[in-house]
Design a binder for this molecule. Structure first.
Ligand SMILES: [Zn+2]
Length: 321
């Protein structure tokens, strides 16, 4: 490895840590990748539990792998530090080439491996908005410029809101379905029609409160629209696979959406009473749900994931002069 390369890789490693202060303290060398077969040619890859402070249930973001004679289509690419282990896990499924990689959204636990997989020959697909976010990232909360990404990891084929992009391969029909600004401004859900499986990305989660990444274009309104879109797409037997947390079905979306709307209503009421963000946070409006939301009171960014969620809602609904 040239020293220039070593510098780039070190920079990227430092970047992904600082981009997600949440990932600080992660010892990537301890994380293993486990593979779960959920349909004849569809697999899910997850990181070990208890090693990623940001995702205690399973390190990083879950990966989907559609394998077969037509080659491999993978959904998301995990932290870049785990690429070797992810690539080895895919090799154990199939020796076929990785042809396509699609990102459900921009976060580093879903796109960190992009550049490495592109260099192995994968063509990266994503929303036009995600590509823009990657090329022009927002400043960090402390005002620092976001670290540059390896250009090889930037999506090559992009699409915007509208009809899904359809892939016909390995006897499956895969739909890349764009979701209006929800978790981020460039969310996509990935539907495997024959397996009747939908990879949601992160606008639904059952570990921690919902995360609306406003800096990267996410919105509360879009999150609710995304949940409505999922409700329409799924039938009673559809397995819904979040980027983090356990596999669910359609009926699990109802209490989740209700919880978001209930918290939104409370925050709206407090704003109408002229309360500040600090006062809204002090009111602990998520209290009725805290016992039911696993990991909801664990740290996420500056406070708990409950505080983060309430702050995001406040920011979207706050009065603007
Ligand atoms: Zn995410």
């Amino acid at each position: 490895m040239t020293s220039a390369w070593r510098f780039v890789l070190l920079g990227l490693a430092a970047a992904s840590l600082s981009m997600s202060a949440r990932a600080q303290g992660t010892d990537y060398s301890k994380i293993e990748i486990t593979t779960e077969k959920i349909a004849p040619n569809l697999y899910l890859l997850s990181g070990s539990a208890g090693l990623d402070p940001a995702h205690q249930d399973a390190a990083g973001g879950r990966i989907g792998v559609l394998a077969g004679a037509d080659g491999i289509l993978m959904v998301d690419s995990q932290y870049g530090q785990l690429t070797d282990k992810v690539a080895a896990a895919i090799k154990r499924i199939s020796a076929a080439p990785i042809r396509y990689l699609v990102n459900t959204h921009i976060h580093i636990d879903h796109t960190g491996g992009n550049a490495a997989f592109a260099k192995m020959g994968a063509t990266i697909f994503a929303r036009e908005e995600l590509r823009e976010e990657m090329l022009h990232p927002p400043r960090a909360a402390n005002g620092n410029l976001a670290p540059a990404r390896d250009p090889a990891g930037v999506p090559v084929v992009t699409y915007t809101m509208g009809a899904p992009l359809k892939f016909h391969m390995n006897g499956e029909i895969v739909d890349f379905i764009p979701i209006r600004a929800a978790h981020t401004g460039g969310d996509t859900i990935i539907r495997f029609e024959n397996a009747n499986v939908i990879l949601i990305g992160d606008f639904y989660r059952n570990f921690g409160y919902p995360y609306i990444d406003i800096a990267n274009g996410g919105s509360l309104k879009g999150m609710l629209e995304g949940l409505d879109a999922l409700m329409k797409l799924a039938d009673a037997n559809t397995r819904l696979v979040p980027g983090h947390g356990t596999i669910i079905n359609k009926t699990d979306l109802v209490p989740y959406r209700d919880m978001i709307v209930a918290v939104q209503t409370k925050v709206q009421q407090l704003i109408a009473q002229g309360k500040s963000q600090q006062e809204v946070l002090a009111a602990k409006v998520t209290a009725p749900f805290d016992a039911k939301v696993a990991g909801g009171l664990l740290p996420a960014g500056a406070g708990t994931s409950a505080d983060r969620f309430v702050t995001e809602i406040y920011q979207e609904l706050r009065p603007r002069k």
